[in-house]
Design a protein around this ligand. Structure first.
Ligand code: ATP
Length: 362
């Protein structure tokens, strides 16, 4: 099922929670709504579910306008952060609940519960109660319950946030696999950008009740359109610059001349230059390197992150982050001068705001 939101708005008193939001979630697609606290993610999801009525705008399921249709009749599978299992029911009874309400025949219920137990790897736990399950198991039951009625779409609101890191990683992979196997249209709310990057077909980055940018994870990561998105998704070094010569691809930051691609920019314009930590290199003493851009700095902090080492280097009083392999970090020392280098092509030039954000996000 395709879900289309057009100009959706919702206020609570004087606070605008969602502000003219438009979005199309394609059949079988997983779109993640990601953004900081209070940006309107949950309110958007609650309007799709029917728990909150929009003040303005339309919600379409395929070519049906879903006006005042009550939540139950929308037929969606919903999982919230708190597992909200019925404590007086067993796992099997929890999964069967929606089917009973929908008056499925007893044989059909038994069969479907069996399928869900298998799909969510809950075998052996059928007779347990919620308080006899781990957090991860409870959330699997909540998913099984949401999927049991074969809903046309699934709404997930921070389904993993109450779980510890390892379980969260595992279950996130499982959710993605099941979502793809079933081909079920899914809206996934999270404040965790890494979770969004890893699970979604497309990410909608929200800010102040609107979508700031929408796109595939790799697109959002490699080509953020605004400094907000660059800063929110992954880690970015953001340098406020002035265009010296758009034709020659030259900008100036703190008196330093830097090279970047500047199509469509004008001389004198203020822009933000964004460069990811893995695109910055440290030049060992005397090494020349081929990158167009050079900055002199001082090593401030060296942090081992597992796969890479993140080095904080102060340049013109500002911290820049550089990710390097372990081998390159051995010779580094705090307070020692280093040279940073990056290629013109690895500098992403951003506008501070996105003029296209009123357009429908497809
Ligand atoms: P979080 O990640 O913190 O859950 P969110 O992006 O999901 O945030 P929402 O819960 O949608 O954000 O809230 C958006 C704004 O609307 C916030 O300012 C919030 O305080 C406000 N809000 C949400 N629900 C209500 C309500 N029932 N009554 C009053 N204000 C509300």
């Amino acid at each position: 099922m395709k879900i289309t939101l057009r100009g959706l708005s919702k206020r609570f008193g004087s606070a605008v929670a969602v502000d003219g939001l438009s979005l199309e979630v394609r059949e079988g697609e997983l779109v993640s709504l990601v953004g900081g606290s209070g940006c309107g993610k949950t309110t958007t999801l609650r309007m799709i579910a029917g728990f909150e009525a929009p003040d303005a705008g339309e919600i379409w399921f395929d070519d049906r306008l879903i006006g005042g249709v009550p939540p139950r009749q929308r037929g969606l599978g919903i999982v919230f952060q708190s597992y909200a299992l019925f404590p007086t029911m067993t796992v099997a009874e929890n999964i069967a609940f929606g089917l009973r309400v929908a008056r499925w025949p007893e044989v059909g219920i038994r069969e479907r519960v069996g399928e869900m137990i298998e799909l969510m790897k809950l075998g052996g736990l059928e007779r347990r109660y919620a308080n006899q399950l781990s957090g991860g198991q409870q959330q699997r039951v909540a998913l099984a319950r949401a999927l049991a009625r074969k809903p046309p779409a699934l709404l997930l609101d921070e389904p993993l946030s109450a779980l510890d890191a390892k379980i969260r990683l595992r279950l996130r992979g499982e959710i993605r696999k099941i979502q793809q196997d079933l081909g079920i249209t899914t809206v996934y709310v999270t404040h965790d950008q890494e979770e969004a990057l890893s699970i979604a077909d497309r990410i909608a980055v929200m800010r102040d009740g609107r979508i700031e940018q929408i796109g595939a994870p790799e697109q959002i990561y490699a080509a953020p359109r605004t400094d907000f998105v660059a800063d929110f998704i992954g880690i970015s070094n953001l340098l406020p610059c002035r265009v010296v010569s758009a034709a020659q691809g030259a900008v100036e930051w703190e008196g330093e001349r830097l090279r970047a691609r500047l199509p469509g920019r004008t001389d004198g314009e203020r822009v933000m230059l964004s460069v990811r930590p893995e695109k910055l290199h440290l030049l060992a003493g005397g090494a020349s390197g081929s990158e167009a851009n050079r900055l002199e700095g001082v090593v401030e902090v060296i942090t081992f992150l597992g796969p890479v080492v993140r080095v904080e280097v102060t340049v013109h009083g500002r911290p820049l982050w550089v990710d390097i392999p372990h081998a390159g970090a051995r010779a580094l020392e705090r307070r020692k001068p280093v040279t940073l280098a990056f290629a013109a092509d690895d500098a992403v030039i951003l506008a501070p705001s996105d003029p296209g954000r009123d357009a429908i996000a497809r």
